[in-house]
Design a protein around this ligand. Structure first.
Ligand code: B1M
Length: 211
């Protein structure tokens, strides 16, 4: 039987091959993908972050941990995004300018797809102008922004201001999230919604679109 502790260790130590092998084994054994994500993968990334903070880990260790997590998530992604239903809304998602963290954003994107949304992913380090251009061209119902760095959080506000300046703010809802982002902060910068994790993001997106 697939060992979740080994998956945790493999991601934490950046052992990509083992992380992928255990994930594949677990999926073959019909382990719920959410269990793999919430009980092994995210805790491993949190521990990598803790080690980084106390200087046991440095950027290379974070990078190989992230690479192992992303490869394992690639196996899970199709399962999260499987849906036969007609899209319930169109979403544009990206990590804001200056911020390269995309694992959480990718997870949110996959869960939204699984929740029946059509998702247009702009990637990471997305400047405000690119969000504006995407809203003009793709006419989404919702813009989702992710930030993992306290220094890049203000780019969410800049993007909302840019949407206003382009006369687009009334046409779309805006949802923000990411580890340092709070509901209070979302309110302060004029976002319509906030979610603390990927599954809450789906419920929040539904509510925002229904409103
Ligand atoms: Co960086 N990093 N990092 N990093 N990194 C953090 C974020 C940090 C907290 C680590 C630490 O010090 N403990 C710290 C930020 C401190 C701060 O700002 N307060 C930090 C730092 C400092 C840095 C650098 C500056 C380091 C350096 O170069 N000196 C640098 C910045 C680069 C840049 O962006 N310009 C940097 C670089 C990197 C790597 C490139 C090496 C790598 C990212 C690889 C990648 O993403 N492709 C990396 C990693 C891996 C991390 C940690 C360890 C893990 C992040 C992660 O993937 N978590 C992170 C520490 C941590 O988070 N514990 C850290 C797992 C992921 C599933 O969770 O992204 O939080 P998360 O997403 C969650 C929720 O937040 C939420 O749902 C997701 C799933 O539940 N969510 C949303 C996310 N977006 C949402 C949007 C929504 C709703 C919910 O609606 C729109």
């Amino acid at each position: 039987m697939a060992d979740l502790n080994k998956l945790y260790e493999a991601i934490l130590t950046g052992d990509q091959a083992t992380a992928v092998a255990i994930t594949r084994e677990a999926l073959e054994e019909k382990v719920d993908p959410q269990v793999l994500i919430n009980e092994a993968m995210i805790p491993a990334m949190n521990e990598a972050g803790r080690r980084f903070e106390c200087e046991e880990y440095f950027v290379p260790e974070l990078l190989i941990a992230a690479r192992a997590m992303k490869s394992a998530l690639e196996l899970i992604r199709p399962l999260l995004s499987q849906t036969g239903a007609k899209p319930v809304g169109r979403v544009i998602i990206g990590t804001v300018k200056g911020d390269l963290h995309d694992i959480g954003k990718n997870l949110v994107a996959s869960m939204l797809e699984g929740g029946g949304f059509e998702v247009i992913d702009l990637g990471a380090d997305v400047p405000a102008e690119k969000f504006v251009q995407a809203v003009q061209e793709k006419q989404p119902d919702l813009v989702c922004m992710s930030a993992l760095l306290t220094v890049t959080m203000p780019a969410m506000k800049t993007t909302i201001e840019a949407l206003k300046a382009a006369g687009l703010r009334d046409r779309v809802k805006v949802m923000v999230g990411g580890a340092p982002v709070t509901e209070d902060y979302a309110r302060q910068i004029g976002a319509d919604g906030y979610a603390e994790n990927a599954s809450r993001a789906v419920a929040a997106a539904r509510q925002l679109i229904a409103a």
